[in-house]
Design a protein around this ligand. Structure first.
Ligand code: F6P
Length: 401
């Protein structure tokens, strides 16, 4: 093995630059060169047309800031199987041959991982480093901790504006299929309510929780200030498991209802109930907020941080994990453990698993949610009892997130 190609693919997030540095520095220590294949699988497909590839030598690597999020290698959402070219794999192999690249280390999520499996089955040796801010892979994935911390920080910061205006705030965060980051970020910010795709939402439950919590806060406050914070994952579905519709937008020319964002939908559901609840005007009057025709119900506002949750800086945990995972990927490659995913390095043990297994979707563990419900957080359903079990940890790995 003389040359390893490094690819980052899918959505950008924290910790990826540490993965790149981990690969490059560990390989370098063994006398192996690593090079950047830019812009994910699009770059791999077009490698053949490049004039040169960037070598991750000591000087180039020192210019990469591991604590910055994003990836120095660039990204694309290109999935090889979707490229309309029957010779895709041949073209890729020619590109690798042109630059003398013997193997690949590829960091990405489930789509990326499935391509790792495909590439390996076409004879391209590759190792997968788990990456996704969504945390929906079986092992921990770099980027998750950074995103959770950013969600928690933004959510906590928004409380000052919520408190100043006595607003109910709905913060919609990424999480297309699972709610790990909404869940952990929301808990980290002490959100009052967390809504995730894994739990169908009963808005009457949310409304009652909001009323008790928020009304109580404003009433008890000496300056009549209070807020109520909801963190919602974008992939939210209603109680029937259906997509979310914008109830104020009517239907399009084909009679289809317009889809709403999760935050907007949650706001509409709460506003509808606030308007129809006679106790609300009474509350507004009692707290001195009521202004006829202008301010008759509390304001509900949605905030969508979008890509802010996965940009900027990487958490220290992700830098640590990224370094270790990058270096471990080099070892797995050299040991011929192709089409495997790095799980963790703990002590001197490199844990790994087949990529085909690692990319199976991991949802939020609903049983654990019950523990947080016991602590007073609303998850859009009637609180469930936390049914615990005991298990003695005999050297087993416990994922940190
Ligand atoms: O990478 C996963 C993810 O964070 C999803 O949760 C989100 O829907 C998506 O990325 C958004 O990515 P893009 O920037 O490609 O639209």
């Amino acid at each position: 093995m003389k040359r390893i190609g490094v690819i980052t693919s899918g959505g950008d997030c924290g910790g990826l630059n540490a993965v790149i540095k981990g690969v490059a520095r560990y390989a370098y220590s063994l006398g192996i060169e690593s090079v950047v294949i830019p812009n994910g699988y699009a770059g791999l497909y077009n490698l053949i047309d490049l004039d040169k590839v960037v070598s991750l030598d000591a000087e180039r690597v020192s210019k990469i800031e591991a604590s910055l999020a994003g990836s120095e290698a660039g990204h694309s959402r290109v999935k090889l199987s979707k490229i309309k070219d029957p010779n895709t794999y041949e073209r890729i192999k020619e590109g690798l041959k042109k630059f003398g690249i013997d193997a690949l280390i590829i960091s990405g999520g489930d789509d990326t991982g499935s391509v790792v499996v495909d590439l390996a089955s076409h004879g391209v040796p590759c190792i997968h480093v788990p990456k996704t801010m969504d945390l929906d892979l079986q092992p921990y994935s770099v980027g998750g901790d950074s995103a959770v911390n950013r969600i928690a920080t933004f959510t906590r910061d928004l409380k000052t504006t919520g408190l100043s205006h006595n607003r109910v705030l709905v913060i919609e965060v990424f999480g297309r299929y699972v709610g790990h980051t909404a869940f952990r970020g929301g808990v980290g910010a002490e959100a009052d309510c967390i809504l995730i795709p894994e739990i169908p939402v009963d808005f009457d439950v949310v409304y009652e929780h909001m009323k008790t919590t928020y009304f109580g806060r404003v009433m008890r406050s000496d300056v009549k200030a209070g807020t109520y914070i909801i963190v919602v994952a974008e992939g939210l579905k209603n109680a029937s498991g259906e997509m979310l519709y914008d109830e104020s937008a009517g239907v399009d020319a084909f009679g289809h209802k317009k889809l709403a964002g999760a935050g907007k939908y949650v706001r509409q559901q709460l506003e509808k109930r606030l308007k129809n609840d006679p106790e609300v005007v009474e509350f507004m009057k009692k707290t001195g907020m009521y202004a006829p025709g202008v301010y008759e119900i509390p304001e509900v506002r949605e905030v969508i941080p979008g890509h802010l949750v996965r940009c900027g800086g990487s958490s220290a945990y992700d830098v640590n994990f990224g370094y270790k995972a990058g270096a471990a990927a080099v070892v797995l490659l050299l040991e011929g453990k192709i089409a495997n995913t790095v799980v963790n390095v703990d002590d001197n043990r490199i844990h790994y698993m087949p990529t085909s297994e690692a990319i199976k979707r991991r949802e939020v563990d609903i049983k654990e949610v019950a523990l947080f419900e016991s602590l007073g957080i609303c998850f859009g359903r009637k609180p469930q009892k936390f049914e615990y079990e005991f298990s003695e940890a005999n050297g087993g790995i416990v994922r940190h997130l």
